[in-house]
Design a binder for this molecule. Structure first.
Ligand SMILES: *[C@@H]1O[C@H](CO)[C@@H](O)[C@H](O)[C@H]1NC(C)=O
Ligand SMILES: *[C@@H]1O[C@H](CO)[C@@H](O)[C@H](O)[C@H]1NC(C)=O
Ligand SMILES: *[C@@H]1O[C@H](CO)[C@@H](O)[C@H](O)[C@H]1NC(C)=O
Ligand SMILES: *[C@@H]1O[C@H](CO)[C@@H](O)[C@H](O)[C@H]1NC(C)=O
Length: 511
């Protein structure tokens, strides 16, 4: 493994850099893809694709958690290594709405900011959803360029949405006010067309990789796919199909996108020097019938805190370093990806604030045999809905202080038409607090090793020691907790992006 040391001015970190492996790093992040959506994670009818190849060639995680069950807080945590409650990415709207004047705070230190400081070229394409404007419709102050990404291609600063369905199958027309596509800081389509989205991301990301490789600079790419969030779409040119119907075809297009980037890396000869991570921001949106994801054996999904909402697919691949075909069943959080990637790049995680991620290098590199986590040093992960501590994963156990009811498929059926066609967009229970949230005192306990589907409640009276330990760690956690200012509740109409702020209606319709 060549050690690349290109930036001589960084004297203070040179020692770190010279001992670090400094691979190129790519995060492929999917939207709303559930634990059971991929063939390599056991889906019976989904076709095998390049993402599954990554699992065969690398390490597949079976207990990898996103930090939140909806996207803005989950993504904020992945990029900063910090719980959203500390950053302030919580609040009434659960995610950043189009009219939010807020975004990821400037004083949060992101993975690309640290990597850039140690000589990495940093780039992103795709979904952002960590803020757009502050007080004017075109300020763009929260966009990726202001959080460490030097190169920013085509991106959806908000998200794909049901309201962006240009097929008109679910509703009359796309709503331009929620559906805009940017290139870097400029709106290029409103409402956007889905047709060439994935292809555009692939072409642009490939160009970024090629350019950095020619310069012999290490790079970090955050490739954030729009699949497989509603509205479902399939590019006109490739026309993927699936035994699973349109959801499965979306997974195939997503997988194709990953595969094209992997081909590029192989053809550039940088395969052995590139660490790739595939994951999803939260579990599948199960209320959307056959257009929502599948969380396999897990209960619940997007927006709740049963395993289906937060345990997500996760695959790391790095030939020569990570043994092919390994399965890692330790409890791992996306927060750890921050810490691990920063360390592998020779950067330093911030020391002036709490970082919730752990370095997992020891358990991923082939040279150091995969270790099962010691029973005496059990990992504890905290899950907040808004600013309410909902659940913890602790060792084999999951302890819920609050839950949201999960309906059976039969109960969802009133929202589903022929063949599982979703007739309406809904989430069974979303906000915290709300009438649908159920408090548990004593808490609800499951052994999620023995019962990952969280079907069989354990008797709190027989698990007093466990609850005492959890209480102890919670108090310890609470003592480090300085809540960030609530960033997800504010709405400010003039913050809404539009094409031309000189027009009173602030609306437009690009072809
Ligand atoms: C993105 O926009 C910023 C601010 O206008 C600019 O400095 C930067 O060069 C742009 N990046 C790309 C890749 O165009
Ligand atoms: C990459 O690593 C693999 C496994 O160690 C090795 O077989 C292969 O020759 C390496 N390829 C290159 C281009 O160095
Ligand atoms: C880890 O535990 C699994 C079973 O839980 C076992 O099959 C495997 O050999 C263990 N690995 C190590 C390195 O001890
Ligand atoms: C955490 O600490 C705050 C005061 O700082 C207190 O109000 C709250 O009840 C504590 N929560 C837990 C779970 O201990």
């Amino acid at each position: 493994m060549a050690i690349r040391c290109t930036n001589l001015i960084l004297l203070t970190i040179i020692a770190n850099i010279s001992t670090a492996l400094r691979p190129n790093m790519i995060i492929f992040i999917a939207d709303d893809v559930g634990y059971g959506d991929l063939k390599s994670y056991g889906h019976p009818t989904q076709e095998w694709g390049p993402i599954d190849d990554l699992a065969e060639e690398g390490m597949k995680f079976t207990s990898l958690y996103s930090t939140n069950s909806v996207c803005s807080p989950s993504r904020a945590a992945l990029l900063t290594g910090r719980l959203p409650i500390r950053i302030g990415v919580y609040g009434k709207n659960m995610v950043f709405p189009a009219q939010s004047p807020n975004g990821l705070p400037k004083d949060e230190i992101t993975m690309p900011e640290i990597l850039r400081d140690v000589g990495y070229a940093t780039g992103m394409v795709g979904k952002w959803h960590l803020g757009i404007n502050d007080y004017t419709p075109m300020s763009g102050v929260h966009l990726p360029h202001y959080h460490g990404f030097d190169w920013v291609g085509t991106n959806l600063p908000l998200s794909n949405a049901w309201a962006c369905d240009e097929t008109k199958k679910h509703m009359d027309a796309p709503n331009p006010f929620n559906c805009f596509m940017y290139n870097n800081e400029t709106i290029i389509q409103q409402p956007f067309s889905h047709q060439y989205l994935t292809k555009t991301f692939v072409v642009e990301a490939s160009t970024f990789i090629k350019q950095q490789t020619e310069k012999d600079e290490p790079f970090f790419l955050y490739m954030s796919f729009v699949h497989n969030h509603v509205a479902m779409f399939i590019g006109k040119d490739a026309k993927f199909t699936s035994n699973r119907g349109i959801y499965g075809a979306g997974i195939r297009e997503l997988s194709w996108g990953v595969g094209e980037i992997m081909k590029e890396i192989q053809s550039l000869g940088i395969d052995n020097n590139t660490l790739v991570f595939f994951t999803s921001d939260n579990g599948g949106h199960i209320e959307l019938c056959n257009e929502g994801g599948n969380n396999g054996i897990l209960k619940g999904g997007k927006a709740n805190y049963y395993e289906g909402g937060i345990r997500v697919p996760g695959i790391l691949r790095w030939p020569g370093q990570i043994s092919a075909g390994t399965i890692n069943s330790n409890i791992v959080s996306q927060l750890d990806i921050f810490t691990t990637f920063v360390n592998l790049a020779g950067g330093e995680t911030p020391s002036d604030r709490v970082i919730d991620g752990r370095d997992i290098t020891q358990q991923i590199l082939g040279a150091m045999k995969l270790k099962n986590e010691s029973k005496t040093k059990k990992r504890i992960l905290f899950f907040y809905c808004n600013d309410m501590l909902f659940a913890v994963r602790y060792g084999s156990y999951k302890v819920h202080f609050y839950t949201m009811p999960v309906k059976s498929k039969e109960e969802y059926a009133d929202a589903c038409g022929e063949g599982g066609f979703p007739n309406k967009l809904y989430v069974n229970c979303l906000n915290c607090p709300s009438d649908c949230v159920i408090k548990h005192d004593p808490p609800l306990i499951f052994n999620v090793d023995a019962d990952p589907g969280e079907g069989y409640q354990l008797d709190p009276a027989l698990h007093k020691l466990l609850l005492l330990e959890v209480k102890h760690f919670l108090a310890e956690h609470n003592s480090t907790l300085i809540k960030g200012e609530d960033l997800l509740s504010a709405l400010n109409q003039p913050s809404q992006p539009c094409c031309d702020s000189s027009k009173p209606s602030c609306s437009c319709n690009y072809p």
